[in-house]
Design a protein around this ligand. Sequence first.
Ligand SMILES: [Zn+2]
Length: 227
Amino acid sequence: MGRAHHIEDYLEVIYFLANPIGEYGPVVTDGPVPAARVAEMLQVTPPTAGEMLKRLEKEGLIKRGARRGALLTDEGQELAEKVVRQHRIIERFLTDFLGYSPAESHVYADEMGDAFNDDMIERLSEQLGGPDRCPHGWPVDPAFEREENPSLQPLSTVPVGSRATVVRLAEHEGDLLHWFYDNGYPPTTELTVDRVDDAAEMLSVTVGDESRSISTHAASGLFVRVD
Ligand SMILES: [Zn+2]
């Protein structure tokens, strides 16, 4: 990645980690978000993340909970919701109007976030016909996103023999996001889990009549609904 991260990127990550997907949320935490997880997701060093969290705290966007973990304040929550919603609308603009691929749109939307004011975002959303989701399946409405979270789970936690539908793709790893598209796992993909090999950290799945292998790591970034 290599680019400097803004306050918005931190809010997005804290918001993501603070809202577990799936009943038991094995990939995310409940309660205060550890600084180490924030650093890991943004691919920065813990001291870098620590400095930015201090700044967020000073600006009243987070407070510190157990073990100095980050909790969004009301103001931080409001700003985080605005940032994720805006990001998802801009992604749709990039794919629907400008013809970028879904994987490209995520990176460019991060870069373009500051270019639009609130009114432009509302106009954009209207011109796009009020999209429900970003190209990667994340709901534009953060309240609906949180409501939907418990009904989804990472593919890596789905029991053998289950049928599932891909609803959202993890966006924070650029290479992985490209991999999902290059290997045929866009949202709405239907699949069956045939085998889980814990030692090899691989899953075997069937998509249509095709057998495929997927690493546990990649599968942990596919948020699915079990049929
Ligand atoms: Zn997206």
